[in-house]
Ligand binder design. Structure first.
Ligand SMILES: CC(C)(COP(=O)(O)OP(=O)(O)OC[C@H]1O[C@@H](n2cnc3c(N)ncnc32)[C@H](O)[C@@H]1OP(=O)(O)O)[C@@H](O)C(=O)NCCC(=O)NCCS
Length: 184
């Protein structure tokens, strides 16, 4: 079911495949310290096989109607990922997670990618609620959610184990009717 989402000329999101493991690992390696500031899987990612496992997890999610993991592809090369942590069909909800290579940051790429991905979650996946959770100190990720019109719904205290330190998380939410109203 996942299809290619066109974001800007030369910029798209498509489901990751096994062939992406090597190139994506190179991006992870080049951005290890940058990503480690807010993501927890860096110390468990030692080579392309670990990325392949993540990609297989995304493929298996899709086969269970539980979301998918998309590659952010700029001019044919992966520069990050965006995906659904899960799809809850009963509640018609999902949580979206993302990262982008530092060299491609601060150009609005992630905001535009997330806008198209969230729109697809509402339209094609027919969900009613999309959540973005960020560490309380992750101001750049919060700015992505806020630029898209997500509402800060609450703070989950000391819920996020970040390499041994328990951090607070912000929960941002968007409902389909709010999204549709924003697009009017
Ligand atoms: C979270 C993350 C993807 C945000 O990246 P980002 O570069 O800040 O976000 P964007 O690509 O949307 O770029 C926004 C910047 O581009 C600028 N910009 C330029 N053109 C823009 C446009 N058309 N639309 C929106 N912003 C634009 C914005 O002003 C903003 O600049 P600023 O940071 O100087 O204020 C990135 O910081 C990251 O990968 N961090 C590590 C992993 C992580 O934290 N993931 C999220 C876990 S919850």
């Amino acid at each position: 079911m996942p299809i290619t989402l066109h974001v800007r000329p030369g910029l798209l999101v498509r489901p990751l495949t096994a062939a992406d493991a090597g190139p994506l690992y190179e991006v992870v390696e080049a951005n290890r310290a940058y990503l480690r500031q807010w993501l927890t899987w860096l110390d468990d990612t030692h080579g392309p096989d670990d990325v392949r496992n993540f990609i297989e997890h995304g493929t298996s999610q899709w086969s269970r109607d539980d979301g998918y993991q998309g590659g952010i592809i700029l001019d044919g090369t992966p520069v990050g990922t965006i995906g659904m942590h899960y799809v809850n069909r009963r509640n018609r909800s999902t949580e979206v997670g993302y990262w982008l290579a530092e060299t491609h940051g601060r150009q609005g790429i992630m905001t535009d990618v997330a806008r198209v991905f969230v729109d697809d979650a509402f339209q094609r996946w027919d969900l009613n609620r999309v959540e973005i959770r960020t560490a309380a100190g992750n101001l750049r990720s919060q700015a992505v959610a806020l630029r898209l019109g997500f509402k800060l719904e609450g703070v989950l205290r000391e819920i996020f184990n970040h390499y041994g330190t328990l951090l607070d998380m912000h929960v941002y939410g968007m409902l389909r009717r709010e999204w549709d109203a924003l697009k009017l």
